[in-house]
Ligand binder design. Structure first.
Ligand SMILES: Nc1nc2c(ncn2[C@@H]2O[C@H](COP(=O)(O)OP(=O)(O)OP(=O)(O)O)[C@@H](O)[C@H]2O)c(=O)[nH]1
Ligand SMILES: [Mg+2]
Length: 462
């Protein structure tokens, strides 16, 4: 995604290619209006470059010969009030494949170059309209697979993450400025008290960063999705449960044990999480080569899925295959015991399940009973306990998570070196490294800001 030259005027088809009602071709750069003057004739007369900003204008896209290419609306957004903060022109033309391709070709012949992937958003970042986390959120919003994931992406787009990080960053920079001044001018008493509240300040920053790290338990599954495997011995109702959760007949259900051989996978939305549900073959002592492969595959899913629903037939006493699965999985935190067929008289020894897994959920896949509660419990297993609440900022990118962890480590080290009375240089270096982590998230550079604070607050030049 490297820019060849920021001063270029770029153009690209912003809607997906193919036949559709409208196609939008976007142009950005200092020559955007000049290019529009060459290729667009307004019906009302007047050059595009002379039209007011934020206006939509009817007219025709034309070749140099005057030959019309398409009827279109021309949107004009002059710098800096545009997506990229450059002059932006959008041509809304008919959504035919040929029409949009010809218009794009015409723009390239008239001084634009093809935009690289993400380049409009990259320019918005480079031109200071949005920070790096907001730029990344654009893709989260576009790629959101559930409404909750979309809400989370929009919070980032609105700058929710910087709103959380900036106050912590500001306090740390004040502290760093104090430390640096104390290092450079140890004889100046004025700086002696500056670092008094350092432990409290560092503690507060660590708390804030840890809070953000915690939110990744919700944010990452919301953006990346999670896999949920339905496992258990044959005939417990795994395929019935998959169908019930999907609300359609996807898997074959029969009363014969061993109906499902190969896994059946489908995507769905569980409490806002994009979930891949996996129906597996019943686990038992295999009788032939196909069953052996099927059981092996089920075990693999049991080991690698983000959450496992371990299904039991509530209408029957637990069997040897059930018991060996309980032994194998009882210590795994991502396993949820589910007692199916709660419409029948309970015969399964549920006390044993409670003891092994801490809790179990009773459902009836066939009658659709208790599925809401089951979904809540599944979300709890995926979020590892914490469910999202509206309006919060969740860390949804692994890059951010890694940087926040690094920041936390440096803040802890700064706190420890401060308490141990080590040299202020060491504390300052850890604070710098922590700030660098925060700034990589937002795409900022703190060094200039720290200098400004040092000179501004302590009047060093005096
Ligand atoms: N009464 C009752 N019967 C159910 C329920 N869920 C499933 N069944 C029945 O249990 C039998 C087995 O259901 P499946 O969904 O095929 O079970 P499975 O676990 O996928 O079985 P395999 O694929 O063979 O491992 C069928 O006759 C279902 O109608 C339920 O909630 N209540
Ligand atoms: Mg099945």
């Amino acid at each position: 995604m490297l820019l060849r030259d920021d001063s270029d005027t770029i153009a690209a088809l912003s809607t997906s290619p193919g036949e559709c009602g409208i196609a939008i071709i976007r142009i950005s750069g200092k020559n955007a209006l000049g290019v529009a003057d060459r290729v667009f004739r307004t019906a009302a007369g007047g050059k595009p470059s002379e039209l007011p900003s934020h206006s939509l204008n009817y007219g025709w896209v034309v070749e140099a010969s005057g030959q019309a290419v398409d009827e279109a609306m021309l949107g004009i957004m002059k710098a800096p009030r545009s997506y990229t903060r450059e002059d932006v022109v959008e041509i809304n033309c008919h959504g035919g494949v040929i029409s949009s391709r010809r218009i794009l070709d015409l723009l390239l012949q008239n001084g634009c170059r093809p935009a690289e992937p993400g380049e409009f958003t990259k320019r918005a970042f480079l031109n200071g309209r949005i920070d790096l986390s907001q730029a990344e959120a654009v893709m989260d919003v576009i790629g959101a697979r559930t409404e909750a994931a979309l809400r989370s992406g929009v919070m980032h787009l609105k700058g929710g993450l910087s709103a959380r990080i900036m106050p912590l960053r500001a306090e740390l920079m004040d502290l760093l400025a104090g430390l640096e001044a104390a290092i450079d001018f140890p004889e100046e008493e004025a700086y002696g008290g500056v670092t008094e509240n350092a432990p409290a300040c560092l503690e507060k920053a660590i708390e804030g960063i840890r809070f953000l790290i915690e939110t990744s338990r919700c944010g990452i599954p919301l953006s990346e999705g999670a896999s949920v495997a339905i496992c258990g011995r044959p005939n417990t109702g795994k395929s019935s449960l998959l169908n019930a959760l999907l609300k359609r007949e996807r898997s074959i259900v029969t009363h014969i044990a061993g109906t499902t051989r190969d896994t059946v996978e489908e995507d769905t939305d569980i409490k806002g999480i994009p979930v891949r549900l996996i129906d597996t073959a019943g686990i038992k002592e295999p009788q032939d080569a196909a069953e052996r492969k099927a059981v092996l595959r089920s075990r693999r899913y049991m080991d690698f899925a983000d959450a496992v629903l371990l299904l039991f037939d509530g209408g029957r006493k637990l069997e040897a295959d059930d018991r060996s699965l309980i032994r194998r999985l009882s210590r795994k935190k991502n396993v949820l015991a589910v007692v199916n067929k709660c419409d029948l008289r309970l015969r399964a020894e549920t006390g044993l399940l409670e003891k092994a897994f801490g809790e179990y959920v009773s459902v009836s896949a066939k009658k659709g009973l208790n599925l809401g509660l089951l979904e809540e419990k599944i979300a709890g297993r995926i979020f590892k306990g914490r469910a999202p609440e509206g309006g919060e900022v969740f860390i949804s990118s692994r890059r951010h998570l890694e940087l926040l962890r690094r920041t936390e480590r440096h803040l802890c080290a700064a706190g420890a070196s401060f308490i141990d009375g080590l040299s202020p240089e060491l504390t300052a270096q850890d604070i710098k490294d922590a700030l660098a982590g925060m700034d990589s998230i937002l795409g900022l550079d703190f060094s200039g800001d720290v200098l400004k604070r040092i000179f501004g607050r302590f009047c060093i030049g005096k």
